[in-house]
Design a protein around this ligand. Structure first.
Ligand code: HEM
Length: 417
């Protein structure tokens, strides 16, 4: 049988990197709308790129027979956000084996252990808070202290501020230009050297983290051939636990912002009419975080009559899929109760990637993220009260990461007795 081939809608022009920077989270959704198509072709950073969005396209993107991650992430992201030779860059059985190393930490009791540490750190920070607290900064220190203890990483009091700043720079500098990007690279070198030193100590039995911590399990993890990982790679992977947990501070901000911006939804939550998990899911769906994720075509194939050529860079629209009007009713309305009767799908709700977590590249920390966000609701809706002074809480759709401009200042924080 002959299959019809058709051209992929194409954005004409030499390069659209500037438009991508200018439109940010909306670059891909805007073109999906104007082309009336869930895929289109463009040129970014001098390269031909296919952009995909929507549930059907996400299912295609997560088919590991069709796409690989090798050479998909730009070098500047590897030098800052991700690190080199980490799980994000692997394919096939090497990926599955490494991913298992992460997933072995993500069982409910262990996640509970982290949540309890987060809860303890919130109390310590908020009980001692000054008149004015910048939530973004406080959340990062809270999460850094908690995740280091969880991961078996010793963090001296005197280095809390510096190491927390390093983690922040890793996720703030990935797409930054100029001096901030340079500082991001320096932060990566410094953080990797710090953790690599610990891995060496663990392997000499001079540092003894508990079992079921990232530092212990990753230091002693063996690859498919039975070899220990290079200490550099263990450092990258331990940082793949620390950095994104500190980045949950962004969702902490958006959770508290949602409580502030949507008083009706907040009241329903307070009255127990809305489940905390629905609220958390709606925060993850509604607010911008990761705009896209990237892969390359493994070998030529055809899909719906469109030809995908080996090696082509492909971007999946995460933000736009979570706001796709053909998948979500009134996608730009904040409505946690939409999750009440939601039929779970691995391809339509993808703030942290889609597909299968064990066999694909979906985020290893989704349950950790949800647990910390639920804890945020408990702290900021139930356990503490506070005032929100006048400030600029707007967030931009072109900055990565997108954050309320004021970083969310709270004052008169008091414990509810
Ligand atoms: C702050 C909230 C978070 C967001 C928005 C987020 C988002 C993502 C995204 C978009 C991906 C890539 C998915 C893909 O390419 O298909 C990813 C992968 C990953 N995330 Fe997260 N993440 C978050 C929190 C966490 C946490 C708390 C952890 C660990 C404790 C974590 C660990 C990982 C790892 C290890 C990967 C790589 C998975 C792989 O390549 O197989 N993330 N995350």
């Amino acid at each position: 049988m002959m299959t019809m081939t058709r051209p992929i809608p194409k954005e004409e022009g030499l390069d659209h990197s500037l438009a991508f920077l200018r439109e940010g989270y909306l670059y891909v959704p805007n073109r999906r709308k104007s082309f009336q198509s869930n895929l289109f072709e463009t040129r970014l950073l001098g390269e031909r790129v296919i952009c995909l969005g929507g549930g059907e396209a996400a299912a295609l993107f997560y088919d590991a027979d069709k796409f690989v991650r090798k050479d998909a992430a730009p070098k500047r992201l590897l030098k800052t956000l991700f690190g080199e030779d980490g799980v994000q860059t692997l394919d096939g059985s090497a990926h599955t084996h490494r991913k298992q190393m992460f997933m072995a930490l993500m069982f409910p009791q262990n996640i509970k252990r982290l949540t309890k540490l987060v809860s303890r750190e919130w109390e310590r920070a908020l009980d001692a808070s000054a008149d004015e607290t910048v939530l973004y900064d406080t959340a990062q220190e809270v999460l850094m202290r908690a995740v280091c203890e969880w991961a078996g990483v010793p963090l001296r009091e005197s280095e809390v501020a510096r190491r927390t700043d390093e983690m922040r720079l890793l996720f703030e500098s990935g797409t930054a230009l100029g001096p901030k990007h340079v500082r991001g690279r320096a932060a990566r070198s410094s953080a990797e050297a710090w953790v690599r030193g610990m891995v060496e100590e663990v392997r000499k039995n001079r540092l003894l983290p508990n079992e079921q911590t990232a530092l212990y399990e990753f230091s002693w993890h063996r690859d498919e051939a039975g070899h220990l990982l290079p200490a550099d790679v263990v450092a990258v992977e331990v940082i793949n636990i620390l950095r994104p947990t500190v980045a949950v501070s962004i969702y902490v901000l958006f959770t508290v912002l949602a409580l502030h911006q949507f008083p009706e939804a907040r009241d329903r939550l307070a009255r127990g009419e809305t489940e905390p998990t629905w609220f958390v899911q709606e925060v993850r769906r509604f607010y911008p975080f990761f705009p896209v994720t990237a892969a390359r075509v493994k070998q030529d194939f055809a899909w719906n009559g469109f030809t995908f050529e080996e090696g082509t860079l492909v971007l999946l629209d995460l933000y736009g899929t979570n706001h796709d009007p053909s998948l979500w009713t009134e996608p730009d309305t904040f409505n946690p109760d939409r999750f009440k009767d939601w039929t779970e799908s691995p391809f339509t709700f993808i703030p942290q990637g889609g597909g299968d977590v064990d066999f694909g590249h979906r985020c290893a920390g989704e349950h950790v993220t949800i647990a910390i966000m639920r804890e945020t609701i408990d702290v900021f809706l139930t356990r503490y009260r506070y005032e929100v002074p006048p400030q600029d809480l707007s967030y931009s759709f072109v900055d990565f990461p997108s954050l309320p401009k004021s970083r969310f200042v709270l004052n008169q924080i008091q414990k509810n007795e």
